[in-house]
Write a protein that binds this ligand. Structure first.
Ligand code: FAD
Length: 396
């Protein structure tokens, strides 16, 4: 019996190794189109590979998997983050957990994961063919697993649509925002730890650290918002209003804190107050943006100006001009619709023996190791499904 794994990335290798470990008699071949395998693993996590997350801070999977959270919930019962953690350690990759619950190789180098995969492929006798495209009509294979990753262009999935699979139009996720505001750009490098970014008149909002850059805004809050609103932003041609709450508090809490601050420092100039420990340069920028005199004190602060301050801190408005070309991480939202696969095995409903794993499926996560976890979970599911089908086959 033979299995072809099409795509030599994270999901493809994980699937191949898990399948071959369960079925040593199975012939397993990885077909990789390009000349190098595991290229994304290499560059991931800034070269350190944020390979999973403890999920300790995740109360609801929909907050980390904007697409595919229900299926992930189901499949992670079979192979979740603890299983992935144990798998890597058992296969010779000690891991370490950061304070933010992101998991990395203890060596802080993505190469150790690549070395682990290549070592186990070699040990198990898994063939790796690079520079190779695969013809689905090749009948030499009993099982085919497609692990071709995110396909930014819908045309690359057309042949699967022709087979009857529903394709969810692919659009980018996890990007930063270009904002045309020279004075803002001059604050590049400024970080606000507890910001909330939202798109007014929608329910899209995300909290976390926000980084001001020389093109606009980045950081976890912005990347998360780009993921939640990936399709909305694509449909809006990446032009949309953006509101920032710089405080991590709600409007009423901000009012009260400002009142207290002014009561304690009634004679201080507003420019030197620095509420909510905002970086000074950002606070001055905000005041100047709203034409609020820097020398203002509480004694001569009108109610109207007070209200403007509250709005400035809780719903500061910007315009997203475009999707920025710079990226730390980038994934595709969309792909093979989950309605086209058997949710227990990830086998195609239209072509028996054809399976899908990894980003080619319409599952994607926010940053933090969630995308690799989806690759491990779906790849393991397919490995199990093929192994069970193989072991159940009538013996000749
Ligand atoms: C810069 C960057 C950093 C990232 N950092 C992280 C991170 O730290 N943590 C995290 O969780 N996620 C991260 N991600 C996301 C993560 O890399 C992907 O979600 C993950 O690699 C998906 O795995 P995959 O195997 O499905 O696809 P891929 O890793 O993209 O692999 C697919 C493979 O299939 C090959 N292929 C495509 N079409 C064909 C074909 N027709 N025939 C043969 N081969 C084909 C491709 O060349 C590729 O090698 C990052 C992404 C990027 C771009």
């Amino acid at each position: 019996m033979r299995t072809a794994i099409v795509g030599g990335g994270a999901a493809g290798f994980f699937l191949a190794i898990n399948l071959k470990e369960q079925c040593p008699q199975m012939d397993v071949t990885i077909f990789e189109r390009s000349s190098r395998v595991l290229r994304k693993v290499k560059v991931s996590g800034g070269g350190r590979c944020n390979c999973t997350n403890t999920f300790a801070d995740v109360r609801d999977l929909s907050t980390v998997y904007p697409r595919g959270h229900r299926l992930m919930k189901r499949l992670m019962k079979g192979f979740g983050q603890n299983d992935a953690f144990a798998w890597f350690e058992a296969h010779g990759v000690p891991l370490t957990v950061q304070e933010d619950q992101c998991v990395f190789p203890a060596a802080q180098d993505s190469q150790v994961i690549i070395d682990c995969f290549l070592h186990h492929c070699h040990k198990l006798g898994i063939e790796i063919r690079t520079g190779c495209t695969f013809d689905i009509a090749d009948t030499a294979f009993d099982y085919i697993a497609l692990t071709t990753g995110g396909q930014p262009r819908a045309e690359s999935l057309k042949w699967l649509a022709d087979m009857g699979h529903e394709i969810v139009a692919p659009v980018p996720s996890l990007f930063t925002f270009s904002i045309q505001d020279q004075a803002l750009h001059e604050l590049m490098g400024t970080v606000v730890e507890q910001a909330t970014a939202s798109i007014p008149a929608t329910s899209y909002r995300a909290s976390g650290p926000l980084l001001i850059t020389h093109w606009g805004m980045s950081g976890p809050a912005i990347l998360k918002l780009s993921s939640y609103a990936a399709r909305y932003l694509a449909e809006s041609n990446y032009q949309a209003p953006l509101a920032i709450n710089w405080t991590g508090l709600n409007e009423e809490e901000v009012r009260q804190e400002l009142h207290t601050l002014f009561a304690v420092h009634p004679k201080k100039q507003i420019s030197s107050l620095r509420p909510f420990e905002l970086p000074t340069r950002l606070w001055i920028y905000l005041l100047e943006k709203e034409d609020i005199p820097l020398s203002l004190t509480f004694a001569n602060l009108s109610k109207k100006t007070f209200n403007r301050l509250v709005t400035l801190l809780t719903a500061d408005s910007y315009a997203i001009a475009s999707r920025a070309p710079f990226k730390d991480e980038f994934v595709t939202c969309g792909g093979i619709a989950l309605s086209s696969v058997n949710p227990a095995t990830l086998e195609s409903k239209h072509r028996p023996g054809l399976f899908f794993a990894g980003e080619v499926l319409d599952i994607d996560g926010i940053t933090g190791g969630f995308n690799f976890q989806a690759a491990w979970t779906t790849a393991y599911t397919v490995a199990q499904a093929i192994a069970q089908s193989f072991l159940r086959r009538p013996s000749i």
